[in-house]
Design a protein around this ligand. Structure first.
Ligand code: DGL
Length: 262
């Protein structure tokens, strides 16, 4: 089993922000990434639909020979991970908004969280948030439309600046000093966010933490590869291949991007 791949999925291109961190930390592992862009955004869907889509993606990754599943999507994790863990025997890693480090480091005691409706309204997010933010005010904003613009390749667009300004303003009025990116698409917005946010606001995402957790779980389950060669990386999309090619352009060409129906 050690020679099988790390299987990763997201509702679209965003989860490649997590995939990148995993490849950096575990360079000898083979990876398979599924971008379910055809069904994005998940954030607007019902819990039942998100569970159904998460099962579809997991089944595909298992057919493609995965030894572990990384749900590189906050919306799918917060809505479906319980069902996935109860259904499948292999380890399943999820991602949640990184509220804890923000709560530990905030000086103003005000923290912003930008995420999808599906994540912010989930039971799991509410539980985690309540656990770490007892003396802290959390300003939650739904990033309506952001995933759609990223999926359309419009990261540096005028619409993107307008939306982000609208979402960030109420947080700045409350004097946040940390902004938690609660969606794996949003790390691609960091260059734009840096132009909007004052320098005292730190941006936090969960990418590195998920990569570390993946390594830890592979280690405890004796699933780390013994290979000393660079891993093979295949990215499958059921959406427009040019969008994901563009997003991954800055990454050295060590991966293959393919179109697939799933
Ligand atoms: N990348 C997904 C997440 O982390 C985006 C969700 C969506 O498709 O709405 O939540």
């Amino acid at each position: 089993m050690q020679n099988q791949s790390i299987g990763i999925f997201d509702s679209g291109v965003g989860g490649t922000s997590i995939w990148k961190e995993i490849v950096t930390l575990l360079p000898n592992e083979d990876t398979i990434f599924l971008a379910d862009s055809q069904y994005a955004p998940y954030g607007k869907r019902s819990k039942e639909e998100i569970i159904e889509l998460s099962i579809k993606n997991t089944e595909k990754l298992l057919n493609l020979n995965s030894k572990i599943i990384v749900v590189a999507c906050n919306t799918a994790t917060t809505n479906a991970i319980k069902v996935l863990r109860a259904t499948y025997d292999i380890p399943i890693i999820g991602i949640e908004p990184a509220i804890k480090p923000a709560a530990i480091h905030t000086k103003t005691k005000k923290v912003g969280v930008l995420a999808t409706k599906g994540t912010l309204s989930s039971e799991l997010f509410t539980k985690t948030s309540d656990l770490y933010t007892q003396n802290i005010e959390v300003i939650e904003v739904i990033g309506t439309g952001l995933v759609e613009l990223i999926e359309a390749g419009k990261i540096e667009s005028k619409e993107m600046y307008t939306l982000l300004n609208t979402y960030i303003s109420p947080m700045l009025e409350e004097n946040i000093d940390h902004l938690v990116l609660g969606c794996t698409h949003y790390p691609y917005l960091i260059p734009v966010l840096k132009k909007i946010l004052p320098s005292k606001v730190s941006i936090i995402d969960s990418g590195e933490a998920v990569a570390r957790q993946t390594k830890a779980i592979l280690t405890t389950n004796n699933l780390l590869t013994h290979s000393t060669k660079n891993g093979n990386h295949t990215i499958y999309t059921n959406g427009d291949i040019s969008i994901i090619q563009e997003i991954l352009k800055p990454i050295p060409n060590k991966h293959t991007i393919k179109q697939l129906n799933f």
